[in-house]
Design a protein around this ligand. Sequence first.
Ligand code: TGC
Ligand code: FAD
Length: 392
Amino acid sequence: MAQDLFQAPDYFQLDDLLTEEHKLVRDAAREWVKREVSPIIEEAAQKAEFPTSIIKGLAEIGAFGPYIPEEYGGAGLDQISYGLIMQEIERGDSGVRSTASVQSSLVMYPIWKYGTEAQKQKFLPKLASGEFMGCFGLTEPDHGSNPSGMVTNIKDMGDHYLLNGAKMWISNAPFADVAVVWAKNEAGRIKGLLVERGMEGFTTPETHNKWSLRTSSTGELIFDNVKIPKENILTEKDGLGAPLGCLDSARYGIAWGAIGAAMDCYDTALRYAKQRIQFGKPIAGFQLQQKKLAEMITEITKAQLLTWRLGVLKNENRATTAQISMCKRNNVEMALNIAREARQVLGAMGISGEYSIMRHMMNLESVITYEGTHDIHLLITGFDITGIPAFK
Ligand code: TGC
Ligand code: FAD
């Protein structure tokens, strides 16, 4: 990839809305991405490999459990800092942000919120340091948008549970040390459980041939009569609301992350347009290119404001599921549209790995589908404003 010359757009001086701590955390993440991610990410994407070498760095910038209390190894930061870290990581690559999102919001969050004290002590510090990696199994082959229909199940065998079923499209699965898995008990109630690598009957085959999110490792979770000790059940919450609560936190991080991808595409296109000469002048001087660039910065600025406000509400525990859905949906679509337009600004160079735009564009095709599809988020807004669920 060409040298990383990224300069973050801040058209409405939104830095004024951030605290010194926010800016310190954001700048540390930004520098780390420039130094450690940008130089290696294109090759990792071409090879479809998760770059394990960055795990330690992700832990050091606080990307694993940014808002988890320090007593459990987390960074003890607020929600805006969490968002800014996700923004900076996804500026580098959505696949790397995915790994951090899953670890923080889908593995550490449920253990912290729904787990026992022993589970918190056993897993959280190791997940925060990157010594353990985790994954989150909700989606099944026949149940994606409708997780309430899941068929993965546990049976109470007295001194343990027996787990059977399968999950698919699971980020981090192939290398995860621990999986937060959602399964139904005999009464049909959804329970959360911690499945550890090495348990007999538990396998995690890798999913190949992805054109998107190639730096993130994706796989299946297969459970064939896996014995789950009773102390591995998340005891403090059950029902579909438990996994959906985790998704609120992850979707919030994605809303910020998508801004990062959009900023990188815009910044790349702006710089290229000012340098590329056609018909005797920089293409940035043509009205059609200016329209693209002006609309990009307008949409990024609107998303930045929306998301900052969501962060304030989240810090006050006032952000609703529907607000988070609106923000995730808006920002990912915004980023995808900007990636498509930015790619055109670069002409043929737009499809080259010399630049990050095509990689962002392909990544965002996953981001617009996972953590609730674009359609499902629209229906969540529709439900919120009408009071009528249109999911089924
Ligand atoms: P519904 O009847 O609406 O709700 C069931 C129960 O859950 C409660 N609830 C919530 N609780 C906490 N937080 C939320 N966000 C909640 N939303 C709903 C609700 O009150 C109810 O409680 P109760 O006590 O009455 O039972 O459920 P539904 O079956 O109609 O489904 C609604 C729908 C479609 C919105 C939901 O199923 C949904 O969001 N589907 C999308 C599935 C999804 O997002 N999957 C993501 C999988 S994980 C992933 O993609 C990780 S990608 C990782 C990466 O690499 O970054
Ligand atoms: P489906 O639910 O089959 O949807 C197909 C289409 O139908 C979509 O366009 C959808 O919007 C539409 N549709 C569905 N229901 C309705 C409706 N009621 N009204 C209107 N339209 C509807 N899952 C995890 O549990 N953990 C992970 O770590 C994880 N990581 C992922 C990583 C990647 C790279 C990808 C691509 C997915 C990942 N997922 C993960 C799965 C992801 O959450 C699901 O793909 C997503 O929820 C959609 O489910 P589905 O693919 O089965 O699509």
